[in-house]
Ligand binder design. Structure first.
Ligand code: F6R
Length: 260
């Protein structure tokens, strides 16, 4: 894992946007995996800026989102379809038919999950997957005890995650219990994972994911086995790391050819 600690979430999000822009320039037909929530919000604003100011072209990019709530119509304001449309897709030039988000309204959920995996495979696999992390260590909506080899499927949210997302629904009781999420095995197949985490409330999850034991109780710890994961965090999210000084030294002494 490469751990990059930035002074604040703005600098961290800008760096993440530059990494993604670099990938899309080098590979215009890149397959990008997107996350929702607060963590990638500023990253998406930077991508929109780079698109409008520098002409970053998303016309050949294919998108796959990590997850969606079961039972929410794509037009529901708290759905991840709405989030992506409002915060990114409607503001860049990605064609609608290249956008893939799990179908929370599917009649046959297992078949729809298998079809999602097939679509990822048919697109050639995901080049870069953006990830946030839950306070309980989840990535995607792979909650603690998720199979480390899991594929896209239905999951049940923990009480903690439903609490964390309650504001968007106007109350915890309105947060659905079920979601469809890419599995940990699906995420591990992505060629690069880029995990963003900001604020004190993520410090414990980051410390466990990065420096703790590999365990299904902290699903993000599976990334320790991933050959290319970049973790970009702010000082607060880094505050539980024992080796923060080392990670900072490594980053500030990267040889030029390795710099972003
Ligand atoms: C969202 C997702 C989740 C979030 C995580 C952190 O698509 O897959 O894993 O990334 O719950 O959410 P925020 O960023 O809102 O703290």
């Amino acid at each position: 894992m490469e751990i990059i600690i930035q002074p604040d979430s703005l600098g961290a999000s800008y760096l993440a946007a530059r990494i993604i822009a670099g990938l899309v320039r080098a590979k215009p037909q890149a397959v990008l995996g997107f996350a929702t929530g607060q963590s990638p919000f500023k990253l998406y604003q930077f991508l929109i800026k780079i698109h409008s100011n520098e002409g970053l072209d998303f016309s050949r990019v294919t998108a796959f989102n990590l997850d969606e709530y079961v039972g929410l119509d794509p037009t529901h304001p708290a759905s991840y379809h709405s989030y992506m449309r409002d915060n990114l897709f409607s503001r860049i030039n990605i064609p609608e038919d290249r956008v893939n988000i799990p179908d929370g309204l599917a009649d046959d959920i297992p078949a729809s999950c298998r079809a999602y995996e097939d679509r990822i495979r048919a697109a050639g696999g995901i080049d870069l997957q953006i990830l946030g992390i839950g306070t309980d260590g989840h990535i995607g909506f792979n909650e603690p005890s998720s199979s480390l080899a899991s594929r896209t499927r239905i999951k049940t949210l923990t009480e903690q995650t439903r609490k964390d997302n309650a504001a968007l629904f106007g109350g915890e009781e309105k947060v659905p219990h079920h979601v469809i999420t890419m599995g940990l095995g699906t995420i591990m197949d992505c060629r690069t994972c880029l995990l963003l985490a900001f604020g004190n409330k993520k410090a414990n999850a980051i410390a466990q994911a990065v420096e703790g034991p590999l365990t299904a109780m902290v699903p993000a710890s599976i990334l320790q086995l991933h050959p290319r994961t970049i973790v970009i965090i702010d000082e607060e999210a880094a505050s539980g790391l024992q080796r923060a000084f080392y990670y900072k030294w490594v980053y500030s002494h990267k040889p030029d050819w390795q710099k972003y």
